[in-house]
Design a protein around this ligand. Structure first.
Ligand code: PLP
Length: 457
């Protein structure tokens, strides 16, 4: 059966349940803390921000959580997504490796993000919430949530990082087409936004600042609105496990098991969703799969960050979590992988990294774009700049396999297409793109602003 190129499943193969790695982690995740008391938060503390169903999923240790039928119905619009054997890339590289990619760019908004957006909108709607607030960088997450809210007749209020709002109008238009309202952040609408503007009226904004605004807008709405986050949280990674579960079925169909799995990491959701079912096999059955997370050298949370309690947002009003972090005061360089510029990382990914179940690599954006162009010319798909980080490392590993003369099976998650990112490709193709390495001294400096946590329990 290894002759297939496009490995397709039918709608009845869409997973019936999400996989919750918390059931199989060797030690429980550290508790999430209240931003003021710095003590563990209970469900009631989180209730102003999230619906109870998602709060319970966040801490659940149940291995499988059933996917409600209305969510699976919407998943049918694009799921199961194809697993594709990159035969033309293999040939171009002249590698004995078998390269497979799971292509999440076939979703309506072009990335994996609707897998959780639809689930989050559903649970909020069930609990009578009128609308969701959220942040978005380049607009991938905002457009996914805008679509999901529209499907469930809910309002969607998006705080979009200001520099992207003005420089990347197309995703804003996409969000508005779905009926969302989009505010450039920092804005005058919230205390958080006004505080940032008072200090720096020309602030270009950041994901951390936009999170503060969206959290505040929900928390002060008297229950009318709740807040939605597109990555990092346990329930978000769990919703994304439909990706890895499908990929596992698809590889089984062609009689292969991966030696190497690769994904890019911003907050960790597409990577987590893809690798977690395989990580289970590694933890529980001792499968020797290498699992590689790829991050930008300009935002190296795992490779240069510190595993410590930190605020999830810049202003320090959101929950505090133990993460590999560059510090919540992190201000990113203007690299083009907008979705990979978050200072922290999903606690689940952090635990797997800390315990040695996964590896991490940091790469520069020019070689990343070169890999993306090579991939596009071989396979015909223009990867999102974020996904291209995975492509770069896959090509490196395939060339290594060639040197060693070994027929490795390499599978990666192509988390989205880059059709809204052609400006970045233009800059790369015309030599206007620069590499930037985040200085380790800046990390050390930022560590002075971490919350001082002493757990009493
Ligand atoms: C948002 C985004 C990412 C980064 O977010 P994760 O939560 O780390 O997955 C990666 N790829 C694409 C296409 C995105 O839209």
């Amino acid at each position: 059966m290894t002759e297939s190129t496009k490995i397709l499943l039918s709608e009845k193969d869409i997973p019936q349940a999400w996989y919750n790695i918390q059931a199989d982690l060797p030690r429980p995740l550290p508790p999430v803390l209240h931003p003021v008391t710095l003590q563990p938060m209970g469900p009631d503390d989180l209730a102003p921000l999230f619906p109870m169903a998602l709060i319970m999923q966040e801490v659940s240790r149940e291995r499988y959580i059933e996917i409600p039928a209305p969510i699976r119905d919407i998943y049918r619009l694009w799921r199961p997504t194809p697993l594709i054997r990159a035969r033309r890339l293999e040939k171009a590289l002249d590698t004995p490796a078998h390269i497979y990619y799971k292509y999440e760019g076939v979703s309506p908004v072009g990335s994996h993000k609707p897998n959780t957006a639809v689930a989050q909108a559903f649970y909020n709607k069930e609990e009578g919430v009128q609308g969701l607030t959220t942040e978005t960088g380049a607009g991938q997450w905002g457009s996914a949530l805008a679509m999901a809210c529209n499907f469930f007749n809910m309002e969607c209020h998006v705080y979009m990082v200001k520099v992207s709002y003005y420089q990347k109008p197309y995703r804003r238009i996409l969000m508005e087409t779905f009926g969302a309202d989009v505010t450039p952040s920092p804005s005058e609408k919230t205390n958080s936004g006004r505080a940032v503007l008072a200090e720096n009226p020309d602030s270009p904004g950041s994901l951390g600042i936009a999170i503060s605004e969206a959290v505040e807008a929900a928390a002060t709405s008297g229950g009318k609105y709740k807040y939605s986050l597109g990555s990092v949280l346990n329930h978000v990674l769990m919703h994304q496990t439909v990706i890895g579960q499908e990929a596992m079925q698809q590889l089984e169909l062609v009689g292969e098991y991966p030696d190497i799995l690769v994904g890019c990491i911003g907050g960790g959701s597409n990577f987590g969703g893809f690798i977690l079912p395989f990580a289970r096999a590694k933890i529980v059955e001792g499968k020797p799969t290498r699992i590689i997370a790829v991050e930008p050298a300009a935002c190296p949370s795992l490779t240069k960050g510190v595993y410590a309690y930190d605020y999830g947002d810049t202003v320090g009003i959101g929950p505090v979590a133990k993460m590999y972090t560059l510090g919540h005061t992190f201000v990113p360089a203007g690299i083009h992988a907008g979705g990979l510029r978050y200072h922290g990382m999903a606690p689940i990914v952090d635990e797997l990294y800390d315990q040695g179940f996964i590896e991490a690599v940091a790469v520069h954006q020019r070689p990343v774009f070169q890999a993306a162009v090579d991939f596009a010319r071989a396979e015909g798909i223009i990867p999102a700049p974020e996904s291209a980080h995975a492509v770069k490392v896959v090509i490196d590993e395939a060339l290594k396999a060639k040197q060693e003369g070994r027929q490795k099976v390499i599978a990666f998650n192509l988390s989205g297409h880059g059709h809204f990112d052609l400006q970045a490709y233009d800059e790369f193709l015309h030599g206007r793109l620069e590499d930037y390495e985040y200085p380790v001294e800046r990390v050390r400096e930022a560590m002075q602003h971490l919350p001082q946590v002493t757990l009493t329990a």
